[in-house]
Design a protein. Structure first.
Length: 145
């Protein structure tokens, strides 16, 4: 039987399949560690963002009642504008009429509403906000027309 010379194969440089497998396994391990580390960081970011006041709905009881009261009036503006467009003015505008136009409108008090303007405020005893056709959104009570 003829003898083969494997000496030439041993002297060649390059990687074997075992070395390639070790490199791929090392890269996989690094990726696994990176993903597990980053998933905790990304999850923490979403958790802290969901607890942020920027994501608190205006009707939710939050730490800042004044901001919630202000948001109540801001959310009522589309219904107020719809009422004006449908009736040619603000005369006769009431909370039930606004709520019928937009069910998302939270309870508000219509201080006055006539053909020349309107004034609404949020309900409650403190941190009241007012919205009028003349002055805009303010914490100063509306002057009667």
């Amino acid at each position: 039987m003829a003898r083969r010379d494997f000496g030439a194969l041993r002297s060649e440089s390059g990687q074997t399949q075992v070395e390639y497998a070790l490199i791929v396994a090392g890269i996989g391990l690094v990726c696994l560690v990176a993903v597990s580390f980053l998933s905790g960081r990304v999850g923490g970011l979403f958790e802290s963002a969901s607890n942020s006041p920027a994501f608190t709905p205006p009707t939710a009881a939050g730490p800042d009642a004044s901001e919630n009261n202000r948001s109540t009036l801001v959310l009522a503006l589309p219904a107020i504008n719809l009422y004006h467009d449908a009736h040619g003015g603000w005369a006769g505008m009431t909370y039930p009429a606004l709520h019928a136009l937009d069910s998302a409108v939270d309870p508000i008090v219509v201080v006055y509403a006539d053909d020349t303007g309107y004034c609404v405020t949020n309900t409650g005893d403190q941190d009241l906000w007012y919205r009028s056709s003349d002055a805009g959104l303010t914490q100063t009570p509306c002057a009667s027309p």
